[in-house]
Structure formats: structure tokens, C-alpha cells
Design a protein around this ligand. Structure first.
Ligand code: SF4
Ligand code: SF4
Length: 193
């Protein structure tokens, strides 16, 4: 997988220091061992490997990163983070880049994934820190029906939802109330989500 040559949008140190300031994640210790990419289950669908994302962050290639497919393909499974010998939270970097792409209104390679990401976070915020899977499904269904109704896709999704429900992987009721709702709200406010 080749990384195209691009001019940095911002000085390399600026991107890395902004990342460190907002997330406390430092990428400077990366020595390109590629253990993160070797463990990632979704590299087949990515245009940049996780180690390349970290390398480009160090090089200040913000534009290339915000326009990449990888940040939206990433499922936040955190495998890369647990494998990194230098303790770099690569999954956290992916999350930060997603939010930056939305804030900067970057052209998103996977608009539906970006929408699902936004609905997911809004659902958690509204439910006070827990995910209301029903609310999330309803909202995404309405979005899909308005945007591009596709009967086959809806039926496939309904089958998948039923299979998940049968395996108790899908909760239809309200999520349980948790303590510390105020803290959750303040986290969202601080993150500007
Ligand atoms: S596992 Fe860590 S040190 Fe190795 S390439 Fe990935 S981010 Fe860099
Ligand atoms: S968090 Fe994202 S980049 Fe890391 S291993 Fe999982 S899917 Fe891959």
C-alpha cells in the first residue's frame, strides 16, 4: 500500500501537539514496528494501514488523514492499541480524526458511516451515557428511508437485526440508568460533540 506524497496542511509538530493537547495521546514514540496493523481485523477495507496513520500524523498530513477511508472503516475494537509496544492509543487517534473530519467538514469517504457515528454519539449523550439501540436503529432507519430507500437492503438489515436479537446481542428496551449522568454530559461538552 503506497502513501501518496502530499504537502502538509500544518507543521508536523503542530498536528502531533494538537493531538496530544486534546487527547493526551502522544504518537512520537512510534518506531513503525507495524504490530498495530498486523493485528487490525479491518485492514482489507482500509486505504491506509494503522501504522501509516500514525506516521502521517507525525508528518503533519492532516488533509490526507481526514480524507482517508481508514478512519471511518475503523471499528474502534482497540486491538491496535493493546498491541502497541509503546502504549500509543491508535484507536483513540482514529476517533480524534473522525471528530476532526466532522468539525472541519472534510469530504468523507464513507458518509453513511460518518452519519452512523454521529447518531451513535448523540444517542449515548441523550440516554445519559448508555446506548439506546432502539433509538439508534429508528433514527438510522428514517435516515435511510429518506435518503435512498432500498427494500433488499432493509430486509437484509432486518434479518441481521433479528439474528442479533436471538443471540441477545441487541437490546430493545431502554438502557439502564447509570450514575454520573452530569459527568457524562460534561465530557461531551468538553469534547464539543
Ligand atoms: S504498534 Fe505502535 S509503535 Fe508499532 S507501528 Fe503501531 S503505533 Fe507505531
Ligand atoms: S481500533 Fe480500528 S485500527 Fe485499531 S485494530 Fe480496531 S479496527 Fe483496526
Amino acid at each position: 500500500m503506497n502513501i501518496p506524497q502530499m504537502q502538509p496542511l500544518m507543521p508536523a509538530t503542530h498536528l502531533a501537539s494538537r493531538l496530544a493537547e486534546t487527547t493526551a495521546i502522544s504518537v512520537s514514540a512510534c518506531y513503525q514496528c507495524k504490530k498495530c496493523s498486523a493485528g487490525c481485523p479491518l485492514t482489507f477495507a482500509m486505504d491506509l494501514l494503522p501504522d501509516q496513520v500514525i506516521r502521517l500524523a507525525l508528518l503533519g498530513q492532516m488533509e490526507r488523514l481526514l480524507g482517508s477511508r481508514t478512519i471511518w472503516v475503523c471499528a474502534s475494537c482497540v486491538t491496535c492499541t493493546t498491541r502497541c509496544p509503546n502504549g500509543i492509543d491508535i484507536a483513540g487517534v482514529m476517533d480524534w480524526l473522525k471528530e476532526e473530519a466532522l468539525k472541519q467538514k472534510a469530504a468523507v469517504d464513507q458518509p453513511e458511516v460518518a452519519t452512523a457515528h454521529r447518531f451513535f454519539l448523540e444517542s449515548i449523550r441523550k440516554a445519559g451515557g448508555r446506548l439506546s439501540e432502539m433509538a439508534l436503529m429508528q433514527r438510522f432507519l428514517i435516515y435511510k428511508l429518506r435518503r435512498q430507500p432500498n427494500l433488499k437492503e432493509l430486509l437484509d438489515n432486518a434479518k441481521l437485526g433479528l439474528a442479533l436479537f436471538k443471540r441477545r446481542r441487541l437490546r430493545l428496551g431502554r438502557p439502564p440508568v447509570i450514575k454520573g449522568k452530569g459527568e457524562i454530559q460534561s465530557i461531551f461538552q468538553r469534547a464539543g460533540v
